[in-house]
Design a protein around this ligand. Structure first.
Ligand code: HEC
Length: 129
């Protein structure tokens, strides 16, 4: 098993086990669907890393970037904005590496993106200061 493949398997596990975020579900139903689409698009990147399908990888990253430009919360704190921008940058990283057919670069950017998902949710779960 190659290192990249092992990393992908580990990430898949993280993605599957960390799906639930304890954010109060008081938003409109379409926001919930938006979150589901976010998850599906992120998983599509992983699928296409495993397949080395760069076109599909880039299009999944671009779809996710489009979702990432939408408003998900009323939280407009500087910290939330910082997490959001970090997410955008990591998605650009996936898209650019896919365009260059750079598998290691895209894998690294995917890892950074995953960290950014987790960091933002972790921040959101903290009790308000
Ligand atoms: C900048 C912050 C931020 C980033 C980055 C982020 N999310 Fe979220 N996420 C949110 C917010 C805000 C909510 C709650 C939205 C709501 O009110 O329903 C949420 C909720 C979710 C939910 C619904 C959770 C539940 O309990 O129903 C999923 C699934 C999800 N995000 C997946 C992801 C994935 C996958 C990524 C990375 C590819 C990601 N998110 C990145 C802010 C973020």
């Amino acid at each position: 098993m190659s290192e990249t493949r092992m990393l992908l398997c580990a990430l898949l596990l993280v993605t599957l086990t960390c799906g639930g975020v304890a954010v109060p579900d008081d938003g409109p139903a379409d926001r919930h669907r938006l979150m589901e689409r976010k998850l599906v698009a992120a998983q599509k990147i992983l699928t296409n890393l495993a397949r080395e399908d760069y076109a599909a990888m880039q299009s999944a990253a671009d779809d996710l970037q489009e979702l990432a430009r939408q408003q998900w919360t009323t939280d407009e704190s500087p910290r939330y904005r910082a997490h959001l921008k970090d997410f955008w940058v990591t998605l650009d990283g996936v898209s650019e590496a896919a365009a260059e057919k750079n598998l290691d670069g895209a894998t690294l950017a995917y890892v950074q993106m995953t960290i950014s998902c987790v960091k933002c949710h972790k921040y959101l779960r903290q009790p308000a200061e």
